[in-house]
Write a protein that binds this ligand. Structure first.
Ligand SMILES: [Zn+2]
Length: 221
């Protein structure tokens, strides 16, 4: 999944339908409104794009659905470009992160959770906007990855976790043509307005970016 974007043909069809319908109402001015409409069309009732239940964007992930209260349906990268990956640390276990993201009261969730043993759960599709960065603009343009553990426990960031997360991020960067650098792969702490400190001082950025670059090159070969 993901690479081929299932149902993309149908998606374009539906969008043309909406834009076409609006054009009939608005007349020539609709050309100017087209860009705005492309951002709004998915909010029109009944045009939600068809989705395959349990489908994942990253082959190595197991699907565990987050509560719909913790994200917003969208149609990225068509309505919003995906330009960044935001790295988080959960301040808890893999299981506790999965559990709270399933809780509608929590109000936040990330697209992925990576465990210390390298397991990956996808909880929100990449096309949707997850509430993970605490900043609407950044949420709309990013994919959030949670890592199980605590910011003050360097031993939580295992080799298996780095390797699995790097493969995941390499795939995201490939899918959306995101440069592998610190401008585009950032920590939650770097999101404007946040009071979160994750992933913290023990997250090895140099190592992580090296692994992402290697995984990207390997996939290209
Ligand atoms: Zn965070």
């Amino acid at each position: 999944m993901g690479e081929t974007k299932d149902g993309s043909g149908r998606r374009i069809g539906r969008r043309s339908l909406i834009v076409g319908g609006a054009a009939a109402v608005l007349g020539t001015g609709a050309v100017l409104a087209r860009d705005e409409l492309s951002r709004l069309w998915y909010r029109v009732p009944g045009v939600d794009k068809p989705r395959v239940k349990g489908a994942v964007d990253y082959r190595g992930a197991r699907w565990v659905a987050a509560s719909p209260a913790n994200f917003r349906w969208a149609d990225r990268p068509d309505d919003y470009p995906i330009e960044m990956v935001v790295v988080h640390v959960t301040q808890g276990s893999f299981d506790s992160a999965v559990k709270v993201f399933q809780d509608p009261e929590h109000g936040a969730a990330s697209h992925y959770v990576v465990g210390q043993d390298g397991r990956v759960a996808q909880m929100i599709r990449e096309l949707d906007v997850a509430y993970h960065a605490g900043n609407r603009d950044f949420n709309e343009r990013s994919i959030g990855i949670e890592h199980a553990g605590f910011v003050d426990r360097p031993q939580d960031f295992t080799d298996a976790m780095y390797a699995a997360s790097a493969r995941l991020t390499a795939g995201i960067c490939r899918r959306y043509d995101i440069p592998v650098d610190r401008e585009h792969i950032i920590g939650h702490v770097e999101v404007p307005g946040t009071d979160h400190t994750d992933p913290g001082p023990h997250w090895d950025w140099e190592r992580y970016l090296g692994l992402v670059r290697r995984a990207r090159t390997a996939a290209r070969a």
